[in-house]
Design a protein around this ligand. Structure first.
Ligand SMILES: [Zn+2]
Length: 304
């Protein structure tokens, strides 16, 4: 039985090479529970969710990492977000069409997203710092575009293997770290050789093995010639960050006229979160308060 809803860190003892393995089962079911995605879109979203977790796990930060695919294809937006606490959410916006009807595992990423970009953004909790990396969509699968991202950016050399289907999502990341004193006696050439070798071995891991084997088994299957230390797993879970306050902000930026016209038409304003489908309902009194903070406030004078 494979490891469920957790992320495992591992480290090669002889070389400055580390990795992560991640699996989502219940968390994946919760993430797609309210959406009926065509299989090809669902699987690409799952790969993006696994990738966002693996990228977040390699960075020390407090905040949210977003992996976004945008283009002129039938899927105009695909977004996966992972918090520093390993809570994930994601969504895809698309128009119905031939490419989106492609079966599971059969659609190329360019057929879904079209000409477009992969963007990685880091929003930290303690300020407006946003790290951003952008590369064009390339190759067959999401992992190919991520490969370009790592090659073109200042990031550490990194490889990812991703797999998603209706029942779950899995991923493996390998990353070469800078050579430090911790590996005295190992020279740069030996590290390069080892890095080349572990990538080639990583290529032999089948999607089936990634999905079904336990993490200790995967590491044994791949790297039994190496001394690899597997650390304690960290739980991963589905978590939406939507709130009534955020919806209030959204309606306020939509504007009073627009919001009141929805109210007049439907008797109330109901907004559903695109990520988790949670509904937020505003009646006439709520809407009046939204656009008249002075009246809503007990002090009557402050608009804050
Ligand atoms: Zn939500």
């Amino acid at each position: 039985m494979h490891d469920r809803d957790c992320l495992h860190r591992f480290m090669f003892e002889q070389y400055p090479i580390r990795g992560h393995l991640v699996h989502l089962d219940a968390a994946w079911a919760a993430l797609i529970e309210h959406r009926e995605y065509p299989p090809a879109i669902r699987d690409t979203l799952g790969e993006a969710v696994a990738a966002s977790l693996l990228l977040a796990a390699t960075i020390k930060f407090e905040g949210v990492l977003s992996l976004q695919l945008q283009g002129d294809g039938p899927v105009h937006l695909l977004l996966a977000q992972c918090s520093s606490g390993l809570g994930v959410r994601g969504l895809a916006r698309y128009k119905e069409g031939a490419a989106t009807d492609a079966g599971a595992g059969s659609a190329r990423i360019v057929d879904l997203i079209g000409a477009g970009n992969l963007t990685v953004t880091l929003e930290t909790a303690d300020g407006p710092q946003r790290y951003q990396g952008i590369v064009p969509i390339a190759g067959q699968r999401l992992a190919d575009s991520l490969q370009v991202y790592f090659e073109n950016s200042e990031q550490l050399p990194t490889r990812l293997w991703l797999h998603a289907d209706a029942s779950g999502v899995s991923g493996m990341l390998l990353q070469k770290l800078p050579l430090t004193d911790a590996h005295s006696g190992v020279d740069a050439t030996a590290v390069e050789d080892a890095w080349r070798r572990v990538q080639l071995i990583g290529e032999t891991l089948t999607p089936e093995e990634l999905r079904t084997l336990g993490d200790a088994e995967i590491l044994h299957r791949l790297f039994n010639e190496d001394d690899v230390r597997l650390f304690e797993p960290a739980p991963v879970y589905f978590r939406c960050r939507c709130s009534r306050e955020r919806v209030v902000g959204m309606l306020q930026s939509l504007g009073e006229t627009e919001t009141r016209s929805i109210l007049a038409e439907r008797g109330e304003v109901e907004v559903h979160c695109d990520f988790c489908n949670r509904g937020y309902v505003f009646d006439a009194v709520d809407v009046a308060q939204l656009f008249n903070a002075g009246v809503a406030s007990d002090s009557g004078s402050s608009v804050h």
